[in-house]
Design a protein around this ligand. Structure first.
Ligand code: ATP
Length: 288
């Protein structure tokens, strides 16, 4: 095997509570994450050129193709840790996931590089081994190693896998601006009072029913902070509510808003009728 391909799915936060702040300044979170059917694609090969040890090509979106890219950082981490990877890596990143959108685009790419290098060089790393390496790159990377449905705690890096949820069609609306996660957390001073159910209550429900009952108080504690700085996010929420979905919520620190429907056909209809041309709109599903 001299080249491997990995799909890197985006993630959404079905629920997010901020439960405090650590002494290192990071916020402590409890969040339920879910992978969805919007993918970046990575091609990873051993580098045959003697020159650059990491060669990265980015297609599809404007992003740095150097050490500022999480893909580069993941490649560099693997080269430093494992002698077999020393000659270097050639990587093509085909980017479809909107950037700085609350969809963990960079983290899922980094996780895909770790999986790809593990396969390509037969390193034999386990899931938890890959998760530990991922935590060195960013708090959302450990979830993205296996994806699916999971509870994440700590700064987001402590993962408890959950039973896969029944598929739930959804629409994503991403307005034409980005939101920096750091900027939103700077607005959050510590614990945020909980409005709905706790993550552990929702986890119990997931494990009992394997489907989501939207009456149970799912929410994202970052939403009000993002809406204060970017009122358009709440305008999108209101507009999505008019389509009579099961639930509407922002993902991560935004600005992407998601609306859940019981049928795929309804999600497709909303995508077709969405009139704001500058927004990116996707009709998607959960993936395991
Ligand atoms: P999260 O939900 O984990 O907070 P996000 O979806 O809000 O993440 P990303 O798309 O991961 O945000 O981008 C965050 C920042 O990371 C951007 O400013 C971007 O320039 C940088 N970045 C570095 N590498 C990548 C990558 N491979 N894909 C996307 N962004 C990247």
């Amino acid at each position: 095997m001299n080249r491997v391909e990995e799909r890197a799915p985006a993630k959404i936060n079905l629920h997010l509570d901020v439960i405090g702040r650590r002494s290192d300044g990071y916020h402590r979170l409890e969040t339920i994450m879910q992978s969805i059917s919007l993918y970046d694609r990575l091609l990873v090969a051993a580098n045959k050129n003697r020159g650059d040890r990491i060669k990265l090509e980015v297609r599809g979106k404007e992003l740095p193709a150097d050490r500022d890219n999480l893909v580069w950082q993941a490649a560099s981490l693997m080269m430093n840790k494992f002698a077999a990877v020393k000659p270097g890596l050639e990587i093509v990143l085909d980017k479809k996931i909107p950037v700085a959108a609350g969809l963990a685009g960079g983290s899922t790419d980094a996780a895909a590089v770790l999986r790809a290098v593990n396969r390509l060089f037969d390193l034999g790393l386990s899931r938890s081994g890959l998760e530990k390496l991922g935590a060195e790159l960013g708090a959302d990377v450990p979830f993205c190693i296996s994806g699916g449905t999971a509870l994440a705690r700590g700064a987001g890096e402590k993962i408890t896998p959950l039973s896969p949820l029944l598929n739930q069609p959804l629409v994503l609306v991403k307005p034409p601006f980005s939101v920096s996660t750091r900027q939103i957390f700077a607005e959050v001073s510590g614990r945020v009072d909980r409005e709905g159910a706790s993550a552990s209550e929702l986890v119990e429900l997931i494990e009992e029913k394997v489907s989501i009952s939207w009456q149970e108080g799912w929410h994202n504690a970052l939403e009000s902070f993002t809406c204060r700085l970017y009122p358009r996010v709440c305008e999108i929420k209101e507009k999505l509510e008019s389509f009579d979905p099961l639930h509407v919520q922002m993902t991560g620190s935004g600005p992407t808003v998601m609306a859940f429907f019981d049928e795929k056909r309804r999600a497709e209809e909303v995508k077709k009728t969405w009139s704001e041309e500058d927004d990116e709109v996707y009709a998607l599903e959960f993936v395991k």
